[in-house]
Design a protein around this ligand. Structure first.
Ligand SMILES: Nc1ncnc2c1ncn2[C@@H]1O[C@H](COP(=O)(O)OP(=O)(O)OP(=O)(O)O)[C@@H](O)[C@H]1O
Ligand SMILES: [Mg+2]
Length: 607
């Protein structure tokens, strides 16, 4: 028999359970623990009643007496007066009732703790998802999507399950305590021997289980690696196909999977030893106890056969209980790392403090101003330096320049996807860091080249986040975006489901869909980042036309490689390595014969 108590819990490894289980109704948990306790109590009672019952049946006694507790005196008197048959019948009834109650409370305990477990998992998943939603762009630059999905899908479940296992542990420990208490009443000496034996075996087993720990850790880690790999490979399936690297991926995956298999084999081989060893130790110690009790207690008349039978019964019943404790303990140890991972997700807000500013953004009246803006993604290399730019209300400013010059970076600083490292961005003289970012973003529309199409209908894609949008509004937005035409030709028009990532649509169609989405929100500030670079000239013309319409009565920052897109802008800004090298109108810049002029020449030659 193996009793293995929980290891000393290192609270830092648990990452404060309070953080994890905050805001979950604890009543079911308390109810569950209470029921567990009652269940153990009735279990103990059942076993305690077995001795007199056995003695009665074996004919060692004729009447039944309860321990003298004062109030039991009159009850004992009454019992004495009953015949043996009545007593046996009574004993049977009480035993059966006690067994039923034990089962009932066991069930309730399970039901309640499972309810708590699921509620806690659900709450965790929700909180974690919210945290990920609000995490800044910066976080996503450095975190694998696979890790996040894994945390949301698996790790929270592990944490929840651990709660379940903890309650199993608790039930089992209580049950064992009830057994030991019963044994103590019969013979403290024998109980002492058993407890010492159990402890020695438990200690030996815990040493062994601890050595298993590193195998368990490795299995879990490799499992995570594997799921991240799967997600990454499949999200890049287009690249895989395009480069014909299926075989390469297949072999790479196979290697990972094989490593995982080996690690699991190692772990399981070690685990297989536990069961037979437990059995051996249990039976061995059982035999020892039997022989010892016979020589030292029964022969001396200190113990009778009924009591010895009870001991054996308790020993046998203890085996599954201790095995449950062992398993639960192993599971909890195995999954402590899940606690750390989930807690890390919940602490994102500490790591990435929420953006400052709480003034609602009321609208742009005069101008957006970049003042001496410096920016770095990693704190080392500067991407923008001394960037000074004014975008007056209602005007269109175009950013052009070679790849990597920092154009998209400028565009992502305005909606505060990132915060400037030095200098400031002001709207009507107010630093945007004073503004509530969500309210600011409500007024900014962004159309980038990398348009995301949701797995939903065309209508839902355009009216994304605007449940009250009417079909007329959506249609009007689509018309303005030059998207209505092609939507009409889709099998179910606006109700056509555009599949996973909208692959059924062409690049230009997706682009126009995303322009319609932006238009519907009617933002007063518009950022168009390379909105036409992926399109053929016909789609480009359509998108271009849509953009021209969008510009009307709006403040626009347009980024483009193709200078044809930007020639109508009020101001064209040429960037190089994070700085502005030229600014002015199209004709003016051409006349200067500088960077813009040479760009322009390159493109006209290319065409
Ligand atoms: N999320 C990011 N994390 C770290 N560095 C980044 C990130 N995004 C861009 N950079 C770096 O910042 C620099 C400017 O990038 P940016 O995307 O602003 O250029 P761009 O002018 O828009 O180029 P392109 O015309 O190719 O779109 C590049 O050197 C790039 O490597
Ligand atoms: Mg860019």
């Amino acid at each position: 028999m193996m009793v293995k108590f929980l290891p000393k819990l290192n609270l830092r490894r648990f990452e404060t359970p309070r953080l994890l289980f905050r805001g979950v109704d604890r009543r079911p948990l308390y109810l569950g623990i209470g029921s567990m306790f009652l269940s153990s109590l009735f279990d103990g009672l059942t076993i305690a009643l077995l001795i007199p019952f056995l003695k009665l049946v074996l004919g060692e006694i004729d009447t039944f007496t309860l321990p003298d507790l004062g109030w039991t005196a009159s009850l004992n008197q009454w019992l004495q007066a009953q015949g043996k048959d009545t007593t046996v019948g009574l004993c049977t009834i009480v035993l059966v009732c006690s067994l039923c109650l034990k089962a009932y409370f066991f069930f309730t305990a399970k039901e309640q703790t499972t309810g708590y477990e699921e509620a806690a998992t659900h709450a965790l998943r929700r909180r974690l998802f919210t945290n990920y939603l609000y995490a800044p762009t910066r976080f996503y630059d450095t975190t694998k999507l696979g890790t996040i999905t894994n945390n949301l899908q698996m790790e929270v479940v592990y944490v929840g399950n651990t709660l379940g296992y903890a309650s199993v542990c608790m039930i089992s420990v209580l049950t064992l305590l009830a057994y030991i208490a019963t044994l103590l009443v019969v013979s403290w000496k024998l109980t002492l021997v058993i407890v010492v034996l159990i402890s020695v075996i438990a200690y030996a087993m815990s040493l062994y289980l601890r050595s298993l720990r590193k195998y368990g850790d490795r299995v879990i880690e490799l499992g995570r690696v594997l799921s991240v790999r799967i997600l990454e490979t499949l999200s890049g399936i287009r690249v895989v196909k395009a480069f014909g690297t299926e075989k390469f991926e297949q072999e790479r995956f196979s290697a990972f999977s094989n490593e995982y298999r080996t690690a699991r084999m190692e772990l399981r081989a070690k685990q297989h030893v536990v069961e037979p060893l437990t059995e051996l130790a249990t039976l061995g110690s059982g035999m020892l106890i039997l022989a010892g009790a016979y020589v030292f207690l029964i022969q001396q008349g200190l113990l009778n056969t009924a009591e010895l039978m009870l001991f054996m019964l308790v020993l046998i019943r203890s085996v599954p209980v201790t095995r449950r404790i062992n398993n639960a303990r192993g599971y909890i140890l195995e999954n402590l790392s899940a606690f750390a991972k989930v807690a890390e997700g919940l602490r994102l807000a500490e790591q990435f403090p929420p953006a400052t500013g709480h003034l609602p953004f009321e609208g742009l009246a005069r101008a957006i101003r970049f003042r001496q803006v410096g920016f770095s993604y990693n704190g080392r290399s500067e991407v923008l330096r001394d960037f000074d730019l004014e975008v007056p209300q209602g005007q269109t400013v175009a950013l052009v320049g070679s790849s990597g010059a920092g154009k998209s970076t400028v565009a992502s600083l305005l909606p505060r996807f990132y915060e400037v490292t030095s200098g400031s961005i002001e709207i009507d003289g107010l630093d945007i860091r004073e503004l509530d970012p969500i309210s600011l973003r409500h007024h900014i529309g962004i159309v980038s080249q990398d348009t995301y199409i949701f797995n939903a209908t065309v209508f839902e894609n355009i009216a994304y986040g605007l449940p009250e949008a009417t079909p007329e509004q959506v249609r009007e937005a689509a018309l303005l975006a030059n998207a209505h035409e092609f939507i009409q030709h889709l099998p179910e028009g606006y109700q056509t489901f555009v599949g996973d990532r909208g692959v059924q649509l062409s690049g230009g169609q997706r682009q126009r869909l995303s322009i319609a989405r932006t238009l519907l929100r009617n933002p007063e500030i518009l950022i168009l980042d390379e909105a036409t670079s992926a399109l053929d000239s016909q789609s480009e013309a359509l998108v271009q036309e849509a953009i021209e319409r969008l510009r009307f009565n709006r403040t626009v920052i347009v980024i483009a490689h193709r200078l044809s897109t930007v020639r109508n802008a009020d101001k064209i800004v040429v960037m190089e390595k994070g700085r502005i090298v030229e600014a002015g109108e199209h004709a003016q810049l051409l006349a200067q014969r500088g960077a813009y002029w040479s760009f322009h020449n390159l493109q006209t030659v290319a065409r």
